[in-house]
Write a protein that binds this ligand. Sequence first.
Ligand SMILES: C[S@@+](CC[C@H](N)C(=O)[O-])C[C@H]1O[C@@H](n2cnc3c(N)ncnc32)[C@H](O)[C@@H]1O
Length: 188
Amino acid sequence: MLDYGCGDALDAARVAARTERLYLYDAAPSVRARLEAAFAGVAAITVIDDAGRAALPDGSIDVITVSSVIQYVERDDLPGLLASFRRLLASDGLLVIADVIPPDCRVVDDVRSLLATAARNGFLMAAVVSLGATLLSDYSRFRRRLGLATYDDAQMHAVLAGAGLSAERRERNFGFNPARRTYLARPR
Ligand SMILES: C[S@@+](CC[C@H](N)C(=O)[O-])C[C@H]1O[C@@H](n2cnc3c(N)ncnc32)[C@H](O)[C@@H]1O
């Protein structure tokens, strides 16, 4: 399995326990350094960089997850990224693209969903502090300057089809915000 754009992947050891091998990839070198330190003792987890990803054999991955990532990918780069997933996927493999932001989804909905989930699960204070830190961070300035890539259903199906993948939209999103979307894609 490959978790692409995995972030800190706090539950990766639990996921890895159910896989032969879990590859963790994140574009940020600082995130990869944290992952290497956190999972050095977990034999089934391998943290990979760009070269490691390029070196993975064709058809070697059963499941690829991409959760809350494609909004940060330049729109023109998405077809190439999906083609690289298509190359890696086994013929019966599955690509899960979660938390895709549709054009009409507002930041206020994201915040409301996160806070509601936090309140239900007992981490409201931590969520408020983390939101405050995010709003004051470089990330927030970056996001305001560049915006986030959004996709409607037709655009997602078209770009996935262009990469040789057939896709269906999952009934419920994986993630806090039900207004965001999850697509399940398989090689055609
Ligand atoms: C919102 S976090 C999501 C983390 C994790 N997938 C999750 O669902 O909790 C986005 C992550 O994507 C990474 N990222 C951003 N652009 C990326 C890209 N083009 N390729 C791979 N990772 C990327 C960021 O470094 C960050 O760790």
